[in-house]
Design a protein around this ligand. Structure first.
Ligand code: ZN
Length: 314
């Protein structure tokens, strides 16, 4: 089955990686697997389950290889995505059997130096090495490789990020051999007009089939408005996190990532099929809440409930 068979929009759940990453108490592996099981049960088709960074840097995600192996064995149809900061991480991700590798590249070089301790040229070097690793694999074992341009809509360190710069980085990633490019609003700076403009510019440069995904944040409350803007210009994959897990350190009370429950409700209510059952998401949320006692979970739909007479898109 293709990833998009029978659905209009792919909701890619990033809670187990992006969400958990900022949470101190380490969630036991068994609890992560139970949560992922419940998400799959709800109909989620793609989940970013972890990050291949050195374990001492990120104890919360130290069990990523184990999680990837366990999830692949149990849910062969699930698209298992992971973050890889470099070629070493990519090698480990390939060995574990991940289906999709995402390498973050910060559009702001200041942010790149601070976050990955690498210049753009150094990141491009890693991209080239990863492409080499992937080309050596037989096609059926080759994971999808995405270059994710973060701080694409603005940076907390540099402020405005020129659109031409984002376009040039996207072109370079494709030229080096990435299968696709994603755009991330890491700082929660994006607005809908900007989303339309930048996606169109990137589509014009590398082709719409090479840029299908947006990673948007809700830091300033524009997350879902930005999703609608993305839909308007043909984006079909959106990242979100159950319960907006991870929150936003800059805006207490606000989720960082878009809340999966709210996103799925909006899309289904708009007549766009996600393949995800909101009731199933509620069950997965209960599993998550039990595993992370005291951790705030966000979302309007979980608080207010589904509207009377709500029907999923058919
Ligand atoms: Zn995020």
């Amino acid at each position: 089955m293709g990833m998009m068979d029978g659905i209009d929009v792919l909701v890619s759940e990033v809670g187990p990686r992006d969400g958990l990453q900022s949470i101190k108490p380490v969630m036991p592996t068994a609890a992560k697997l139970a949560w992922i099981d419940a998400l799959v049960e709800a109909g989620v088709r793609e989940i970013e389950v972890g990050s291949f960074v050195p374990a001492h840097l990120l104890p919360q995600l130290a069990d990523t290889p184990e999680v990837v192996r366990a999830v692949k064995a149990k849910h062969p149809g699930l698209h298992v995505a992971v973050l890889v900061p470099n070629a070493k991480g990519a090698e480990a991700a390939i060995a574990a059997g991940a289906d999709k590798l995402t390498l973050p590249l910060s559009a702001s070089e200041t942010h790149s130096l601070k976050n990955l301790r690498r210049t753009h040229e150094q990141v491009f070097g890693e991209v080239a090495r990863i492409v080499e690793l992937l080309s050596a694999l037989p096609a059926e074992r080759r994971p999808q490789f995405e270059g994710a341009v973060s701080t694409a809509f603005g940076c907390t360190l540099e402020g405005e990020v020129p659109e031409a710069k984002v376009v040039a980085l996207a072109e370079r990633l494709i030229a080096l051999g990435c299968d696709e490019v994603g755009l991330s609003d890491t700082s929660g700076y994006a607005n809908p007009a900007q989303v339309r403009r930048l996606v169109k510019a990137v589509h014009a440069a590398i082709g719409p089939e090479r840029m299908t995904g947006l990673h948007l944040h809700n830091t300033r409350g524009l997350g879902l408005a930005n999703v609608v803007a993305g839909l308007d210009v043909g984006v079909t994959t959106f990242d979100s996190s159950q319960g907006g897990l991870g929150g936003c350190p800059f805006a207490p009370g606000a989720s960082g990532n878009i809340v999966t429950e709210d996103l799925v409700f909006m899309l289904e209510a708009m007549g766009l099929r996600t393949g995800i059952d909101p009731e199933g998401l509620a069950r997965a949320r209960a599993v998550l809440a039990e595993a992370l006692p005291g951790e705030p979970l966000y979302g309007f739909v979980p608080d207010a409930g589904l509207p009377l007479g709500f029907r999923r898109a058919a």
